[in-house]
Design a binder for this molecule. Structure first.
Ligand SMILES: Nc1ncnc2c1ncn2[C@@H]1O[C@H](COP(=O)(O)OP(=O)(O)OP(=O)(O)O)[C@@H](O)[C@H]1O
Length: 458
């Protein structure tokens, strides 16, 4: 049964009707006494609490009410209903343990979605889960998320807990720790798995292009809009949108994003019709959003909109014991990809890899292994083989600090990469092509294009 706390008769009546149509029983309370009475006597599963439930007050009473509910039933999901003006209260409420907040006037679908998610989540939380790694793989297909570290197992258990709900998830962790992999696993195990998973790198979208990229545009909406463009939200409709590098979004774009995440509504540029979108939101960042909020660089209300569940991925240095299993996993994949069934690595080398700092985390480990496999002729990889390429990788990572926008063209960058690779591999075309991830044919064409001397090799 759902408890509605609001003193507005019309609001109570329409919520009651909506809940009834959706198959829920509800009961209303006009004020705190009545609400607490119901909570003690009835089997309440969730609460819809109007922050301004008492007409005479500023809304602070809503927070007091929330505290009382939480005291009585700490795990009961409470959804706050707030006006736009009282967003600060909603944020305070989320800090105090509310499950979600909805703006008034509310959208029925959005409200029901939030309520179902909160109910699913609280039911999941009550089921103790302690599946073994093997069982997790069998049931949820986590074979590609390798590791035995307790922190990683905890992450996998969290995915299991939240995957069938629509709750927003924020994944935090350093670069290369597997945030995208986890976002995909959430989608793959959700009810939305047959719909699209759309990844957007927000770090790569400038403020001026944000709306057109995310919401789409109509032909002629602005000078460069030569044809219609479908926005990322539309592409992700009914599926999952993965907003990577959310900490890199500027404040202007944050407001625009917040509106869609609040109301699931947006307008395509050049088209005044308001559209609705139904999606699961997963965000990721390697930045400290709390610190950014303190510095006024990230909106607190957006933070509470995206962080209903936080998954923290540990850096590899906190789970170095996983390095050998990760290495063996990557090596096994590479045996197949590069058709080198004899590839292996000895225990001493595995121990040595485990002692490496690897600030680029799992991505750095994977790249190091791949590079070493590609460039070593021997099948038994030893410390020396790795050392040589580690140095090279570090150097290329340093070089990855990209020049300022506008100072260098993509062609210039490509030219320098090819030149470097040619010097490094002493003009061996096959190796250069492999190292740059292109076919020999493409490499030959580019050598011609840039007038780089080479000898034709078979
Ligand atoms: N636990 C893991 N098991 C196997 N492979 C992993 C694991 N974690 C990460 N990887 C691999 O490491 C690479 C980097 O992972 P991913 O792109 O998910 O990291 P990220 O945290 O999203 O990085 P960034 O912040 O730079 O975008 C990918 O190739 C991914 O498949």
């Amino acid at each position: 049964m759902i408890l509605i706390i609001d003193d507005d008769i019309a609001v109570c009546a329409s919520l009651n009707l909506l809940l009834k149509q959706e198959g829920f029983k509800s009961i209303k309370a006009n004020g705190p006494e009545e609400a607490l009475g119901h909570l003690k006597e009835k089997a309440i599963d969730a609460v819809l609490l109007d922050m301004n439930f008492s007409m005479e007050t500023s809304g602070e009473d809503g927070l007091v009410m929330l505290d009382k509910i939480k005291e009585l039933r700490p795990s009961l999901p409470v959804i706050l209903m707030t006006g736009w003006g009282s967003i600060r209260l909603a944020v305070e409420g989320m800090k105090a343990g509310a499950a979600d907040f909805i703006n008034k006037p509310w959208d029925n679908d959005h409200l029901m979605n939030a309520l179902r998610t909160a109910l699913d989540l609280s039911a999941e939380q009550q089921t103790p889960l302690a599946l073994t790694r093997k069982k997790l793989n069998e049931k949820y297909g986590f074979e590609n998320i390798v590791g035995e570290d307790p922190q990683l197992l905890e992450v996998l258990q969290t995915i299991v807990r939240v995957c069938s709900t629509d709750v927003s998830v924020l994944i935090i962790g350093e670069s290369g720790t597997g945030k995208e992999l986890i976002a995909e696993a959430i989608h793959e195990n959700s009810l939305r798995r047959h719909k699209s998973f759309v990844k957007v790198n927000l770090g790569g979208i400038s403020s001026s292009l944000f709306e057109s990229e995310m919401f789409g545009h109509k032909r002629g909406a602005f000078t460069d809009a030569r044809s219609d463009r479908v926005g990322r939200f539309e592409l992700a409709d009914k599926g999952t949108i993965f907003l990577d590098e959310i900490g890199d979004l500027d404040l202007n774009s944050q407001v625009k994003l917040l509106r869609v995440l609040q109301d699931r509504k947006y307008e395509v540029l050049g088209d005044s019709r308001t559209r609705s979108v139904d999606l699961r939101v997963v965000c990721a960042t390697n930045r400290d959003l709390r610190e950014m909020i303190a510095d006024n660089k990230f909106r607190e209300d957006l933070y509470y909109r995206i962080n209903l569940i936080i998954i923290r991925l540990p850096p590899l240095r906190e789970r170095a014991a996983d390095i050998p299993v990760l290495t063996n996993y990557f090596l096994k994949n590479m045996k197949e990809i590069y058709n080198r069934p004899g590839l292996r690595i000895d225990k001493k080398t595995l121990n040595w890899l485990e002692s490496l700092p690897l600030p680029g985390n799992i991505r750095e480990l994977k790249n190091l292994i791949e590079r070493t496999v590609l460039l070593s002729e021997r099948d038994l990889l030893g410390i020396k083989d790795f050392e040589q390429h580690l140095e090279q990788q570090r150097l290329s990572n340093v070089a990855m600090t990209l020049p300022a926008v506008g100072t260098v063209s993509v062609d210039d960058m490509e030219l320098s990469m090819i030149r470097n690779a040619m010097v490094f591999h002493q003009n061996n075309i096959s190796r250069v092509a492999k190292a740059l991830g292109m076919s020999r044919g493409t490499l030959y064409r580019k050598l011609e294009k840039y007038n780089i001397p080479y000898e034709t090799q078979n």
